[in-house]
Design a protein around this ligand. Sequence first.
Ligand SMILES: [Fe+2]
Ligand SMILES: [Fe+2]
Length: 286
Amino acid sequence: MIFRLNVTRIPWVLLLLWRGAAPFTPTLTGIRRDASSILKSSSTADNSNIKDDMLNGHRQVVKTIKSILFDNLYAGTTVDRSYARFYALETIARMPYFAYTSVLHFLETTGKWRQADRLALHFAETWNELHHLLIMEELLTQSKNPTQDKIPFRDRFVAQHVAFFYFWFAVGLYLVRPDAAYSLNQAVEEEAYATYDAFLKEHEDYLKSQPAPEVAINYYNGSGQDMFDRMSKTLLIGKIDCATSSRRVECKTLYDCFVAIRDDELEHSQTMELLKQEPFELDQSG
Ligand SMILES: [Fe+2]
Ligand SMILES: [Fe+2]
């Protein structure tokens, strides 16, 4: 496969990421002050329009990055290439949750803000994404005990480097504009949902003929189920009820497993949509 990176699109993506994420004066304290005064003085309708525009901008960014990076490096719709693509997707997609928990720990440590429920929710989401990744590693390496060296170097190199930069970007964005950070991740999760949904439709018969990986059975139906439930059960974050569902998953075939993963991504995007409405109030105590 020839990798065709269209470098002329990179500056545009970076600009759109920043503009979609933080359309205010670029100083840290200034951004927070300007953002909160603008949001407070605007009507609800204006706020909703701003957030819709922001989400649409982020959807555009995600689609562009997908077409530049993923559609070139992970081209092909065979099951094996799809596992490689999902491995990269899951390595990268859990970075926002690492960033949220890191920033929340930082804010708590510095005495700025504490909200344990939000921290617990984001930790449960990192745990969920971790299990998506473990499933992909098992499928990609065809091994019940996958080690990093069994994952093709190119797939690992790209995924881990993108994840590294994405983590720090998400940390900065979440510190400055938590609503924008949630919006960007909502767009990522929507794309993940669509990707898994397309895969399920294309390979339904094959997936139904294969057993679910052990790691998936343990997480959804075994000893790990408690952490899965923590992501879905009723949870109040400020005034927002983040219980988007209380799903029960029966994970027997590989098809069941991918349905569960797809629905997890949908749940993540719905949670991001809810949390956007409840940005930080740094004078609030948890
Ligand atoms: Fe995932
Ligand atoms: Fe996700």
